[in-house]
Design a protein around this ligand. Structure first.
Ligand code: ADP
Length: 483
């Protein structure tokens, strides 16, 4: 796998969690899985299990240019997954992966071309030829292009590529001079490869060249084939037809287990529900009124419009005026959204608590202490937080989009089935109605307990998804051999 992120080393969202979990599951099934990623400035290879490989690795860029980088090796020990870190300080010795204090790093085109090229060159360097290279999002978009062009007549000629879209919104669009830098033939600058309105679109190139394309939920796989959800690439995705497959992400069911995770204030399970200790702690930590009888709606996520924090902010005054509820918010992102929620916490003391930042301990506290979990996303490729929340007994109130629709079943009072509360239209009133439905059902304790039980018992482990990927990798390998 080639990726810019991998939990626990470097992660800003779901992509890191996927690359942290999937290799382990595949390795458990007996596969030799190795991951290549950058050595960022915040990683400290001097201590622990790190080992520097003896010789530096050569990376072949455009115009015959050779760069050298040091390779560090680490292990996800129990499962035997090797992780290779590329030490190339000019590009990676930074404290942020994609974006610095002044916005996206201006050399992201070169940084991630380098990652893609080095991710391939490391195979020659180690003399290790994988059956499949699995790469992730636009940052590794050149990988399938190299495999089909510059590297076709090399030992990697039969190596299949699987490209996973974690978020179609980010495509890696740059000026065409990046082709020279990366050493990609200029003949690929055409609409059925890398070209897009006069620029190079790294993600588009991968869509054309990858042996198979996946995305992180079946529903998102359908949505991105439409003009509303396709971010300008719907036609390309339609063209890939059956080669585009949605495989739902899983979550680490050991870590996300309230019965065993020692990082929450008290362990519990549905049968032995002492979640109220977590609720007390959450109220205490977020400055909310200490009262077990008030339901808490938790919210966690990157504060960007995708996650619809603005829609939530719009309905807060009505929620506060008409319902007896509390809201605990954790997130960081766009400054106007951060400010909006800090202001709301000031405006409704004891009823809204907001923490601006990225904090794993607080995310666990919200998930274990909340009664509900809110996720009104504009779009959501898969979404992990709703699964994490459900495992901890926080019933989801979410928009029926992407992976949210695949993982949450809307509660029906007629059939008494369902694991959460969904709404379809992206507008304040539909969202408000969903919250009211959730609140009304919460007051009918027995019915609500059943919804919560079903949510907590849902199996979101990686087992199933890893099997799907395994099948897909085998298929990709067959396709590549025939091509
Ligand atoms: P995305 O990948 O779009 O950011 P996901 O729901 O797929 O969203 O995954 C986000 C992951 O990051 C989840 O595991 C969530 O718990 C975690 N997360 C998001 N924001 C924060 C935060 N502010 N503090 C701690 N964890 C966070």
């Amino acid at each position: 796998m080639i990726s810019p992120e991998m939990t626990p080393f470097a992660s800003v969202g779901g992509l890191g969690d996927v690359v942290g979990a999937l290799p382990k599951e595949l390795a458990k099934k007996g596969h030799d899985v190795r991951v290549v990623m950058p050595l960022y400035g915040f990683l400290e290879p001097q201590c622990g299990k790190w080992k520097a490989l003896e010789t530096p690795m050569e990376v072949s860029l455009g115009w015959g240019r050779k760069e050298h980088c040091r390779v560090w090796e680490n292990f996800i020990q129990e499962q035997g997954v090797r992780v290779y870190f590329l030490e190339y300080n000019k590009y990676f010795h930074r404290h942020e992966i994609y974006t610095g204090p002044w916005g996206s790093h201006t050399d992201n085109n070169e940084r991630f071309s380098f990652l893609s090229r080095a991710g391939i060159d490391i195979c020659y360097f180690l003399d290790w030829i994988p059956d499949v290279i699995h790469c992730h999002d636009w940052t590794t978009g050149f990988v399938p292009v190299y495999l089909n062009t510059t590297d076709r007549d090399t030992p990697l000629g039969n190596t299949a590529s699987v490209f996973t879209i974690h978020n179609l919104e980010h495509q890696g669009i740059f000026g065409k001079e990046i082709l020279d830098f990366a050493g990609i033939p200029f003949s690929e600058f055409r609409p059925d490869s890398l070209e897009s309105v006069g620029c190079v679109n790294m993600l588009k190139g991968a869509l054309y060249h990858a042996t198979k394309v996946t995305t992180v939920s079946p529903n998102y796989a359908n949505e991105i084939r439409t003009s509303q959800g396709g971010c300008g690439l719907d036609k390309v995705l339609q063209f890939r037809g059956a080669d585009l497959i949605g495989v739902l992400n899983g979550i680490d069911s050991e870590y996300w287990n309230p019965a065993t995770n020692k990082q929450i204030p008290a362990n519990y399970s549905f049968k032995n529900f002492d979640g109220k200790i977590c609720k007390q702690k959450l109220q205490e930590r977020f400055g909310l009124k200490q009262d077990e009888k008030i339901p808490i709606f938790g919210v966690i996520g990157r504060m960007y419009q995708q996650k619809a924090f603005d829609l939530l902010a719009t309905i807060v005054p009505r929620l506060m005026a008409e319902m007896h509820i509390q809201i605990a918010v954790l997130g960081a992102g766009e400054s106007w959204l951060e400010k909006a929620f800090s202001d709301l916490a000031g405006q409704y003391p004891g009823k809204i608590g907001a923490y601006i930042g990225y904090n794993k301990e607080l995310s666990l506290l919200i998930e274990s202490g909340s009664d509900f979990f809110v996720m009104p996303s504009r779009f959501e490729p898969c979404g992990l937080v709703q699964m994490e929340g459900m495992r901890y007994g926080a019933v989801a109130v979410a928009r029926a989009t992407g992976g949210l629709a695949d993982t949450i079943e809307d509660f029906s009072p007629e059939t008494k089935k369902g694991t959460g509360f969904l709404f379809e239209e992206y507008d304040p009133s539909s969202f408000l109605v969903a919250i009211i439905r959730a609140w009304v059902n919460w007051r009918h304790r027995e019915a609500w307990k059943q919804i919560q039980k079903r949510a907590m018992e849902k199996d979101f482990s990686w087992l199933h998804s890893a099997k799907e990927y395994e099948k897909l990798f085998k298929l990709a390998l067959k396709f590549r051999a025939k091509a």
